[in-house]
Design a protein around this ligand. Sequence first.
Ligand SMILES: Cc1cc2nc3c(=O)[nH]c(=O)nc-3n(C[C@H](O)[C@H](O)[C@H](O)COP(=O)(O)OP(=O)(O)OC[C@H]3O[C@@H](n4cnc5c(N)ncnc54)[C@H](O)[C@@H]3O)c2cc1C
Ligand code: FES
Ligand code: FES
Length: 479
Amino acid sequence: MTSDTIKFIYKDQTVKIKNPNPNETLLNYIRTKLKKTGTKEGCAEGGCGACSVVLAELKDNKINYFSVNSCIMFLPTLQGKQLILVEDLATDNDSLHPVQQAMVNCHGSQCGFCTPGFVMSLFSMFKNYSKFNDNLIKNSISGNLCRCTGYKPIIKAAKSLNNKNKNDQFDRNKKKTIKLLEKIKNESIVIYKENKRYFAPKYVQELKKILKKNINAHLLSGGTDLSLLVTKERKDIDSIIYMNSIDELNYIKNNNKYIEVGATTPLIKFENYIGKYYSDFNNILKRYGSVQIRNVATMAGNIATASPIGDTLPLLLSLDAKIVLKSIKKTKIVPLNNFFLDYRKTKLGKGQFIESVRIPLFTQNIFKAYKISKRFDDDISSVCASFNLKIVNKKIKNIRIAYGGMAPIPKRAKYCEKILSNVLITNEIIEKATQALDKDFKPISDMRASSKYRIIVAKNLLKKCFLEIMNKKLIRVAS
Ligand SMILES: Cc1cc2nc3c(=O)[nH]c(=O)nc-3n(C[C@H](O)[C@H](O)[C@H](O)COP(=O)(O)OP(=O)(O)OC[C@H]3O[C@@H](n4cnc5c(N)ncnc54)[C@H](O)[C@@H]3O)c2cc1C
Ligand code: FES
Ligand code: FES
């Protein structure tokens, strides 16, 4: 079924909007059309969390709650979901939701500008977990900035939720919500609004047909890069094909040789999965944007953006990942190592899309990755480094090293790899390898870091990697 009308659930009602503007943000709609001004605008680029709202959608007949930054989400992507705002948490008889009450009890608010965003992030945590420890709480609010209360009272409020009854009005209303969501979940959307077009297909076959006729359309997944064209650069995007409506591409498969991640799989789902195989991949993802960002952003989007500081890219390069590129008629499997051509230029052609990413499983290898950024949470890397190697009879084998932030593209350190191939680990060889990084990279200076800083950090990360390997007695330095 195709429709020009998006439908979503708000306050137990199905709301219909015919031909919405595909470039309107959800935040704008909430504040100016729904007239709910509890949700705030701070940065308009996904960085402060003031605009956080919670969405719910049906997954395997269960309700999945997740927080998003409404400032960088386009209104039509609300199709098929439930919208929950800070105004909706208190019950009709005005008793506060446990999350709100906890913030009051623990003095979690001063000027209050950030408070609705924090409340919604904590509400999402409250709905998704049964116990709230320090790590979970800090992770849940890592995308919310507060400049006056400080974080301690907010963390205290979150901790106090451990003693609260988890049964809230949303639980009590569950059956009704599931019925409402069930009715609106299966529609493909096609919008023609003045000079703008928006397509949200449900299946890959449908996507291909749309692509064939709209070869210049922008593919939109989580929108955490693309939407900034509208919110920051004040440009219009005339033609959009929304990928994340395709559930068929939301999967993680494992055939014991490689893990395959479908293009519309949100990073948060992948983050929870990959830790079993590559724990440092999970560590890096935990510091990737925020929960709000990772709830919608995809690895495919990170790859197609081809930013030199895209965090998954050096990791995927060192793991020798391949991408499955689809076009209307053909499928191509391309090593990621050949995909990046120049600054934000890739081999992705018109009419092509990334269908999935394949990550080989190196069960005998040591995998390490490091992210250096100005701020620990919710910040993009200055330098990101990733190492994948095997030690056989104390010798380094099959080493792959990749860096982000060191060149116009995320890139393997070929000279350095050569020095470290098939050799015993000695302090001299590690020193020689760090010097080879000068041949591999001539980084630029920008607002994140100077060229000099970047090269020193890159060398130190290489040393750190081997020191950690040696200290863990995974190998010994040859004398
Ligand atoms: C606040 C904030 C924090 C961030 N923090 C980080 C961070 O820590 N590390 C980091 O690496 N990035 C970060 N980013 C950048 C961004 O989140 C990532 O690049 C993200 O992975 C993009 O994925 P997406 O699904 O949102 O892509 P979108 O924004 O939907 O799309 C990005 C680009 O990819 C193309 N595209 C999308 N899907 C496909 C597909 N299937 N096939 C072909 N092309 C496609 C789009 O056309 C577009 O050009 C941050 C962004 C924000 C706003
Ligand atoms: S307004 Fe700052 S994250 Fe949306
Ligand atoms: S209470 Fe003022 S910014 Fe957080």
